[in-house]
Design a protein. Sequence first.
Length: 246
Amino acid sequence: MIRHRRLLTRLMITAVSAVLLIGCAHQGALTQESTSEAAAGAYTDLGLAYLKRGDVSRARQALTHAIALSPTDANALQGMALLSQRQGDSALAEQYYRQTLAEAPSMTQARNNYATFLFRQQRYSEACDQLERASADTEYARRAQLYANLGQCRLATGQLDQAATSLDRARTLDPRYARTYLLEARLAQRLDNRAAAQQAVRQYQRLAGVDQESQSLLDELQGKRLQTVSPQTPVPAPINNKDTAE
């Protein structure tokens, strides 16, 4: 708690200092435009810190300041998308996600978060499209997570061959990314391959530990009869970093 308060204090000081510099800019110093961008960045960081803490009121104030200073700041716009999503305003969240990607089409983290938003609304085809586009970024640090999300999206639409390809890619990129194995278990279950499904669940549990979801799936797979999963059976929503810009 103390560490978090110190972080918020530092961010607030940075934001205020950057705003004050706007009125002090002179020849040979920072331009007003660059200073506004710096202040917007500081307010964005502050807003996201408040959002992570659960203080949505202060988060909105900080992010509103950021956008007022720099209306095209993609990080601030994505912050507002995450905030609107947290507050259940899906229409406004989508508006901000679209603005974010219009300003920064190559912002993969925002595209992945937007895909997660679409998936949770059961707009699977749109979510898969966003993830396909995001997968073109070979420099993205969390490609295993991205491909796991894509595999899960393909699983939800019944595209099992494509799901297998994406999950295999996720496992190749990061063999220790546990969630891939849980999704592979779901895929094997869909294909009525009980042995492969149990093996994948056990590998997930070795990496991530035993949790309710994996144990429930394992118990089901070890039952007297395998319950076939229909294409309409819900699967867990893709995991992203909640209320952060990753």
